[in-house]
Design a protein around this ligand. Sequence first.
Ligand code: 13P
Ligand code: SF4
Length: 340
Amino acid sequence: MGQVLEFTPEVDRETAAIHERVKTVIPQFEWQMHAPYIAAINRLKKEKGAVILAHNYQTPEIYHGVADFVGDSLALAREAAKTDAKLIIQAGVHFMAETSKILSPEKTVLIPSMEAGCSLASSITAADVRLLRESHPGVPIVTYVNTSAEVKAESDICCTSANAVDVVESLGVKKVFLIPDQYLAKNVANQTNVEILTWAGACEVHERFTADDIKAFRRSHPGVIVLAHPECPPEVVAEADFAGSTAAMIGYVETKRPKRVVMVTECSMSDNVAAAVRDVEFVRPCNLCPHMKRITLAGILRCLETGQYEVTVDPEIAARARIAVDRMLAVEPRAKAKAA
Ligand code: 13P
Ligand code: SF4
């Protein structure tokens, strides 16, 4: 059992501005438990020159309380590549920390829990990818970033949910593998003429949503705008008003300000957006990612204090994986490419 920190008047003062930001989504009694950790983390991270990169699925006390940078997988990868900080704390899952390490081998990358995995990353191994390549010579392999460094190292190029169509089309070929998420692959196939081969992986959070769930949201919340993540099955995406990466969904709410919205994705994200966008009503189906939820304030504090757990990647594997990640980062979004 770790230390229990106290909510003192000093902590109250130090965290007042953050409290103002999250008070609509974190009840007062809960806030008094979080605030001492938020204050301690923010002090220590300054002392150590660390930067905290947090995924959009982190809980509001992390997302609004201690993160220096928040975003989707693509934005976090870009930030890891450009930050000057020597110490990166990844408030996200293991593949995200590995991606940071691949892009910044000279930096120390820490993750508060080594058990923060991902059902997609664990669905495929490097040996599986080598077999796909052997059995389909000449077919490029596009790999979702939700994979291990070893799998990335066997791939031609990576993608995220934000750029998957652009990446697939950037290759200029008729047929590609898009692995390991079968649903992302099918959703991309619906937006391109490129033939997509895939793998039987799935996100354990998004695969639970059904088209009937969406119909039920519409019945019980008339006028609701439905936003879905492309890791959802295609019949769910077909029922939605908009599909996009976590950042694209947030962008939709921030710019279009629908009266009522449901984000068909991990449920902490609705809390994070609702804290900032108070004129929108959020319908909140609660599908939690058990891996993302292994990251806690107490874990982040321990990580800063002890330097555990350091994420390392074999340098030879990291160098090969980096080629695939760098190729992805060099792909221009279609809209931008067309404007140029
Ligand atoms: P985004 O890249 O859309 O943030 O989604 C990645 C993901 O599923 C994290 O679990
Ligand atoms: Fe993996 Fe799904 Fe969790 Fe994202 S939400 S980390 S894809 S299991």
